[in-house]
Structures are given as C-alpha cells and as structure tokens.
Design a protein around this ligand. Structure first.
Ligand code: NAP
Length: 324
C-alpha cells in the first residue's frame, strides 16, 4: 500500500514504524482469521489468498485460532501466483497462547508456529493474553482451576530471546492493561505493539496500539448480540451521505484516530471494501457526530474459562476493562 499523501495531519502513514530493531514497518490495516466456530482449512486459505489479492499485506493469526497452517499455505500460493514477489512483502503476526506462557515453553511454541506457517520467522509475536494456564493442549473455554500465576518477567525474557534469534522480528503484547504493561516495559526490549486500546498510556511509552474487532467483533459469547457498530444509525447516516458503507466509515474513523486495525472478513467483496478507506476523509461534522456516540468497551479474561469451577490460584479481576 502506498501512502495517500492527501491525509489530514492526524492521519498516520499507511505503515507504522515499530521500535523493534529488525522489524519492517507494520501496515496500518490488517486482516484477521479468528472465528468463534471452527472454519474449514480451505475456507481460511482462500480468504487469506483473497485478502492478499485485494491488497492486504498484514495478516493476523494465532496458534489458538488454528489458522496458522492455512494462512501459511495461502502465502505460499500467493507467491506462486505472483500476487506478491516473496513472503517478505507480507507482515505476519501470531500469538503465544495462555498454556504456553511459561518461560521454557515460549521458544518451542514459536518454533511450532513458524513450522505451521512454513516460514522462517514471524514479523510480530504477541503474548495473546496476560493470563497463564497450566501447560497442555489448547482448549477453549478452559477450566478455571487451570489458571496459574503468570511469570511476566520470565516469559518476557523468553520473548526477547525469540527476537534475538530472529524468529520474531518484533515482540509485543495483547489484552494487557497498564498494570501488566508496567511489568514488561522495564525490559531490555520493550513491547513494540499492544493489540488493545490504551492509547494515552501507550503513546507515552512508545508502544504502538493496534485495534482488533473494529466492527464490534464477532459473537464469541453466542448470545446472538448484534453489532453496535454495524447497527449504528449515526454511522449509517454518515455512510449514506458519503456514499460509503457503515464498515468503511467505522474503519476510516479508527484510522483517523491514529490507531491501526485488524478486521476479519472471509468475503472477498467485503475485504475489498474494507480496504477502501484511503484517499477520502470524514468531515469535521462527521467526526463530531461519531465522537458523541455512547461507547461501551468491555473485556474480561474470565470469558476464556468455563463458567463452572473456581479460580484457585489467581485473581483475574485485574485483567478486566470496562469503559462506559
Ligand atoms: P471484526 O473484524 O470487528 O468483525 C468481523 C465480523 O464482521 C465477521 O463476522 C465478518 O463477517 C464481518 N464483516 C467484516 N467486514 C464486514 C463488512 N464490510 N460489512 C459487514 N460485515 C463485515 O471482529 P473480530 O474478528 O473479532 O476481530 C478481527 C480480528 O482481530 C480477528 O479475526 C483476530 O485476527 C483479531 N483479534 C484479536 C484478538 C486478541 O485477543 N488479540 C481478539 C479478537 C480478535 P464475514 O467474514 O462474513 O465478512
């Protein structure tokens, strides 16, 4: 993607520099591969291939999503078809799962990830959650009794080791609160990215923020909840006036806030439209209207666990974020 050059001052370049030494700049927009329900290998492969074809260069996966292998196959296929010259043109993020958040399991986990991807390295490796579970197979939801204390310093040292070996070009965190970030910011290689919005704090510390679920996210709780973003009448009105979709208005607004995003779509037309947020701007009046929409941000790590059982050795309440 080229920089638009016509953007307002607040708009970032279409790539953001990360402070990690060997990392290539991170494309400001990316495509995600998480789904609450299992998705066929081929469906993920063809969606990632379609994403590369329409112009996405930033691909987000995680060992927990089970999408590393099809994503890697799609990248190899994209190179074969000449959609990109080489894997180097793509920015690939993957994540360390909670059962792997033990100092001696970090490097083996990343080795497995790069093997799944059939790549030499990932561009960005994130600690998926500030939650540690007993080692074992990846299951979701998991037993509350399996949550154990997190050795932040030890795990982060192992992440630094991964970067030094070149298996991860940059390292970062996801779903971390300021309290968790403080535990790793004193390290030799501080996190380059936090995949969550704690903007003021992160800006002051030189940590780049990437937003996931920019369209309001998928129905992980299976409560049939509609998206407050895609269902917003304010956004719909702005979209009609600008000749854009609600998703484009929402994604453009996030981008204008200086936050990069990862959106998931397995539909080629929607992928193409989601990328079409450059070369036009919201008006000041649009921005005012959007900023007045009541927001509710709610996230809790307890959603990773079955409702039954007890947390016997950790207090997960410090991972909760509720912003009204
Ligand atoms: P999202 O991107 O906000 O929403 C995805 C949903 O919106 C999908 O159901 C998709 O359906 C639909 N959609 C996409 N484009 C659309 C459009 N233009 N119009 C209407 N509907 C559209 O939510 P998300 O998947 O939760 O988040 C995105 C990615 O961020 C994930 O896939 C994952 O890679 C990452 N993520 C990371 C974390 C973390 O803990 N670090 C957590 C959650 C997500 P179709 O596929 O049918 O288009």
């Amino acid at each position: 993607m080229a920089s638009t050059g016509t953007a307002a001052a607040a708009v970032p370049e279409t790539e953001v520099a990360l402070r990690s030494g060997g990392a290539r700049p991170m494309p400001a927009v990316g495509v995600g591969t998480a789904s609450p329900d299992p998705v066929a290998h081929e469906a993920t492969k063809s969606a990632v291939l379609a994403a590369i074809e329409v112009g996405f260069r930033h691909l987000d996966t995680a060992c927990m999503y089970g999408t590393e292998r099809p994503l890697g196959e799609a990248v190899a296929e994209a190179v074969r078809r000449g959609l990109v010259r080489s894997r180097e043109e793509l920015f690939v993020t993957s994540k360390l799962w909670c059962t792997q958040c033990h100092p001696d399991l970090v490097l083996p986990a990343l080795r497995q990830t790069v093997e799944n991807l059939q790549m030499e390295y990932v561009d960005l490796y994130l600690i998926h959650w500030p939650v540690c579970m007993k080692p074992g197979p990846i299951a979701w939801p998991t037993r509350r009794e399996d949550a154990v204390p997190f050795d932040f310093e030890g795990v982060w040292r192992a992440m630094e080791g991964c970067q030094r070996l070149g298996l991860a070009r940059a390292i970062g965190v996801s779903n971390f609160t300021t309290r968790h970030l403080d535990r790793v910011l004193a390290a030799t290689i501080p996190p380059a990215v936090n995949q969550r919005t704690l903007r003021a704090y992160c800006a002051g510390k030189g940590v780049h923020v990437a937003a996931y679920s920019p369209l309001g996210g998928q129905d992980w709780s299976r409560e049939g909840a509609g998206s407050a973003v895609l269902g917003s009448e304010v956004l719909a009105e702005i979209a009609r006036a600008r000749g854009k979709t609600v998703a484009q208005v929402s994604l453009r607004w996030i981008y204008e806030q200086g936050v990069t995003w990862i959106v998931k779509s397995y539909n080629k037309e929607r992928l193409k439209k989601n990328l079409d947020i450059f070369g036009w701007e919201l008006t000041e009046e649009d921005r005012q209207k959007i900023s007045k929409i009541p927001q509710r941000k709610f996230l809790t790590a307890t959603a990773l666990f079955s409702p039954e059982g007890e947390f016997t050795s950790v207090d997960l309440s410090e991972t909760d974020i509720v912003e009204e």
